[in-house]
Design a protein around this ligand. Structure first.
Ligand code: NDP
Length: 493
């Protein structure tokens, strides 16, 4: 990165990064079968539906494998296996013995980290650097962390008796497939529940790899069941009468369908839904660091992140400087082959999601906002989107109100703290926010007034298994992670 002085302002030049030699990760690190069946009662079983669907690599549009499609009868079989394992084995097992199994899974995920990272990138399109350095280590850490809680629940909830709920039905999205499986399975097992988990239709492969590990780890059959399918499979899980708890991460629309479906039953639920986070830069912030935080906030994982900082608010006096710095930085981002270790922004997860994003790009322009995209070229095959920012945005614009779930940022200016708090909170969502300022007092003022489950200060997208995560308003309810993540899987008496 070179620095030049232009018009008395320090300008950062990044263009050399596009000239890096390719550094591809090898596909051979991953063993992917031609066909995957359903993982029920400790075995891979052919689906009663007799149906399979393809999972493809969104970076190349090539087929990776075919995967079983579970129907209601398959769901029933998985729930029966989970109930049986709960009654006969898991709930009776000493907590420290349960912990040993969870530790074993954690260690095996670590041992096979490279294979998991390659499969995650091939199946979902995220850069290998991210799956290698974030998704897989974070998933292993989650299993380690909750393994530690299994025999300490009496300390987590003093003077109360912690009882498991029974069978948990867990439905996860396509943006962090292995990590979401870990977020769901680890606390459920640590608290003594058994599990039926459904990964998203477009990204089933790392969950199925995890099923292989669970088999190798000798977890008692039926404690974890992993079934694949689309929305109908998820709906059959939600409707199954013998499931005690639904844990869902995904869109707000499906969250509402689930809430309606379980109303009047005694199923418990945690819903981790969408977001439209405000990332706020004050004029006293360290601007170069803040711009890095904005880039991480919106372009990490192609913007397929529920807590993505997708609305940027910049204090008026530094607005032009920040926008220019951001444009310069966007020019340096490498968009392309997710298997290349240099790549910053990989493939959009599916053709369908690319269409959603492109629709929002047209909506934004029709609404009168000014669109800027980096000048990079995109691969001919696969689903890709240039990093995009919109200026001249009104608070009421759809691009500023609705979750786009892509590498698309809206930018608005503000003058006072009160104004930006009002604007930041003016959304149906409340999952996360970011604040960039030199003043600790301003951080405390903002964090108490921003209606969001997580507020990051002078950083963004920082995750830790010990830290609770979850939303307000249409971003859902219940918390995952930390001590708070245990309670939704327990009856406390
Ligand atoms: P969905 O909410 O549809 O998918 C999440 C999970 O729910 C998937 O496993 C899905 O199955 C399953 N599902 C779908 N319909 C039902 C149903 N009726 N009952 C039970 N389970 C169901 O998200 P999409 O993949 O359709 O993405 C749409 C939008 O949702 C995105 O553009 C984004 O805005 C948002 N989203 C938010 C996420 C978050 O982390 N908050 C994650 C993913 C998406 P399958 O996908 O296999 O059909």
């Amino acid at each position: 990165m070179a620095k030049t002085v232009k018009n008395n302002t320090l300008k950062l030049k990044f263009e050399s990064s596009r000239n890096l030699a390719p550094a591809p990760e090898s596909k051979s690190a991953a063993k992917i079968s031609e066909r995957y069946d359903l993982f029920i009662d400790g075995k891979f079983e052919k689906p009663l539906s007799k149906k399979y669907f393809d999972t493809i690599n969104p970076a190349t549009e090539e087929r990776l494998a075919e995967v079983a499609e579970a129907n209601a009868a398959d769901v029933n079989k998985a729930v029966e296996a989970a109930r049986n394992a709960y009654d006969k084995t898991w709930k009776k097992m000493a907590p420290k013995e349960r912990a040993k199994y969870i530790y074993r899974v954690a260690r095996m995920v670590q041992e096979r980290a490279r294979e998991f990272a390659v499969i995650e990138t091939l199946d979902g399109g995220k850069p290998i650097r991210e799956s290698r350095d974030f998704d897989v280590p974070a998933a292993a850490n989650h299993f380690f962390y909750y393994a530690g809680w299994a025999d300490k629940l009496e300390y987590a909830f003093p003077n109360r008796q912690a009882q498991p709920l029974g069978v948990a039905g867990q439905i996860i999205p396509w943006n962090f497939p292995l990590l979401m499986a870990a977020w769901k399975i680890a606390p459920a097992l640590a608290t003594g529940n058994t599990v039926v988990l459904k990964p998203a239709e477009t990204t089933p492969l790392t969950a199925l790899k995890l099923a292989e590990i669970i088999q190798e780890a000798d977890l008692p059959p039926g404690v974890v069941n992993i079934i694949t399918g689309a929305g109908a499979t998820g709906a059959a899980m939600v409707d199954h009468p013998d499931i005690n708890k639904i844990a869902f991460t995904g869109s707000t629309d499906v969250g509402k369908i689930i809430q309606r479906a379980i109303a009047g039953t005694n199923k418990k639920a945690t819903l981790e839904l969408g977001g439209k986070a405000a990332n706020i830069i004050f004029d006293d912030a360290a601007l170069d660091q803040a711009v890095e935080g904005v880039v991480n906030g919106i372009f990490f994982n192609q913007g397929h992140v529920c807590c993505a900082g997708s609305r940027l608010y910049v204090q008026e006096s530094v607005f032009k400087t920040v926008v220019q710095k951001l444009k310069d930085r966007m020019e340096s981002l490498i968009v392309g082959d997710p298997m290349d270790k240099n790549t910053d922004i990989g493939a959009i997860n599916s053709k369908q999601q690319l269409e959603v994003i492109n629709t929002y790009l047209s909506i934004g322009q029709k609404e009168g906002a000014e669109m800027y995209q980096s000048s990079c070229s995109l691969p001919k095959k696969g689903f890709y989107c240039r990093p995009t920012i919109f200026t001249n945005v009104a608070q009421s614009n759809r691009i500023a109100q609705e979750e786009i779930f892509g590498p698309v940022l809206t930018i608005q200016s503000f003058r006072t703290d009160d104004e930006v708090i009002e604007k930041a909170n003016n959304t149906p969502y409340g999952l996360s926010a970011g604040v960039w300022t030199d003043k600790g007092s301003k951080i405390f003022n903002m964090t108490t007034k921003l209606k969001a489950g997580v507020v990051w200060a002078n950083t963004y997208n920082k995750f830790d298994p010990t830290s609770p995560f979850g939303g307000y308003k249409e971003s859902g309810y219940g918390r995952e992670g930390g001590l708070h993540g245990l309670a939704p899987y327990l009856n406390l008496v």
